[in-house]
Design a protein around this ligand. Structure first.
Ligand code: EPZ
Length: 419
């Protein structure tokens, strides 16, 4: 793991990016998969695990719960726990919301589970009511008190669960919980994001029968599981971020990513903005247009436009000709990067869940602060496009999801470093 005490990224722009970039394994697929190792007492080998602080945090949670976890490069081995524990402390949970996924992993293994309730975060309140409703339907008694969620198992039984909206985390937690329930669980209006499908594939490799029909996920519970070795797909949000970087003025890059299909909505939008994008077996080849055209996006569950790429897209809109519109339909507060972009010369008006961006064609370097992971990545992209020196502070947010971001952009020709 790199030294994360470094607290700013400095960029002398503008950069014209050129060359190839590799994409790390998918953070948001590895996190639920690590939680899913709690379901069984057999060892799990997970390959293509990115070196990121969020992943180290999840490994710490597993260790706190008693699992033995070893990391060798991008491979993580999770061995059975000598004694599996049933409670995860606030100290660990507060570092990363995804730790709530251990509730699903522990369901059916422990009679009383106690996991600290995560608070809100910069992008929204982020309640876990749908997770709780689903656990109750599966036969758990759920209470929330003194900052903890307590789950008591009565009789875990397959059931029909309808999610009010296709929450990624609730779907993942409930699929895992259903793995040990008797009979079949049917989750309707489930999330079918590629990362959820990665979890499903991992669980299938463990021997669990799971069927997906549109937005319905059917899980047949069992008590015995197989050892598993699973290679996680590359990170589509990281690939999408570099794809957007390849559309910055004067850039032309190759992104090593072999699942271009999962980025179709993003690629379509970038093409409509004038970018040239060609996909071959291994690479997505992207060339920036002479002049970016304005574009409108509305975030939506997969296969709609991913909310995680909304902030990076804002930077292209700030550089484009004309007026662009963003509707953020997933999180209620995901425009924290906008006031920072204003400081770099962007023209953005945020009204509730929308942002109206009037392209100015240029940005200028400035000191700015990251408030969340993707908003932080947007500020790095803005710094690459801007004339002059940009200093991005609070980069611990960025390092949660982007490995070696400075080195990768340096290899693409940017004057960027961490200090
Ligand atoms: C996952 O978060 C991702 N995190 C997020 O990635 C991503 O932005 C998000 O899905 C949407 O795609 C991980 O996979 C670790 P949700 P999650 O439950 O599971 C509301 C990144 O930058 N909701 O689908 O927390 C919620 O408040 C991140 O890598 C409820 O109201 O997302 C939000 O508005 C950040 N009640 C919306 O649904 C619930 O019980 C979507 O949340 C659950 C969610």
């Amino acid at each position: 793991m790199r030294d994360t005490s470094k607290n700013k990224i400095i960029i002398n722009g503008p950069a014209k990016l050129n060359g190839r970039v590799n994409i790390a394994g998918s953070k948001n697929a590895v996190l639920p998969i690590l939680a899913a190792t709690l379901i069984s007492d057999k060892r799990s080998i997970i390959e293509n695990v990115p070196v990121l602080s969020d992943i180290s945090n999840m490994i710490s949670v597993l260790k706190e719960l008693g699992k033995e976890v070893f990391r060798d490069g991008d491979t993580v081995v999770v061995k059975p726990a000598k004694e599996l524990k049933s409670s995860a402390s606030y100290e660990l949970i507060k570092k990363m919301r995804a730790s709530v996924l251990v509730m699903g992993g522990l369901t059916g293994r422990k009679k009383n589970i106690k996991v600290a309730l995560p608070g809100g975060c910069a992008i929204g309140v982020r309640p876990i009511d749908m997770h709780i409703k689903g656990f109750k339907k599966l036969g758990m008694e759920v209470g929330v008190s003194e900052g903890f969620v307590e789950l008591k198992e009565k009789k875990l039984k397959g059931t029909r669960i309808y999610l009010d909206s296709p929450s990624v985390g609730a779907t993942e937690n409930l699929i895992m919980a259903a793995c040990r329930a008797s009979g079949e669980t049917r989750i309707e209006n489930a999330s079918v994001e590629p990362e959820v499908l990665e979890l499903v594939n991992f669980l299938k490799a463990m021997g669990i029968s799971i069927k997906i029909e549109g937005c319905i996920i059917k899980v047949k519970g069992r008590k015995k599981f197989k050892k598993v070795k699973y290679k996680v797909m590359d990170d589509r949000i990281q690939a999408g971020t570099y794809l957007i970087a390849g559309c910055l003025p004067g850039s032309e890059i190759k992104i090593k990513f072999s699942h271009p299909g999962v980025l179709k909505t993003v690629i379509d939008k970038l093409q409509s903005s004038g970018a040239s994008i060609k996909v071959d077996r291994k690479y997505i080849n992207v060339k920036a247009p002479e002049k970016l055209r304005s574009m409108d996006i509305t975030t939506a569950p997969y296969p709609g436009f991913p909310t995680d790429l909304q902030a990076p897209f804002t930077v292209l809109m700030a550089l484009a000709d004309g007026v662009s519109l963003i509707n953020e339909d997933i999180f209620e507060n995901r425009f924290m990067h906008c006031p920072e972009l204003l400081r770099m010369g962007a023209k953005i008006e945020v009204k509730g869940e929308s942002a109206i961006i009037t392209g100015t064609g240029k940005l200028s370097g400035a000191p700015v602060s990251a408030s969340d992971l993707r908003g932080g990545a947007a500020l790095v992209l803005a710094g690459l496009a801007a004339k002059g020196r940009t200093e991005v502070y609070e980069i611990s947010h960025i390092l949660r999801g982007y490995d070696n971001i400075d080195m990768k952009f340096r290899d693409l020709g940017a004057d960027i470093w961490m200090e």
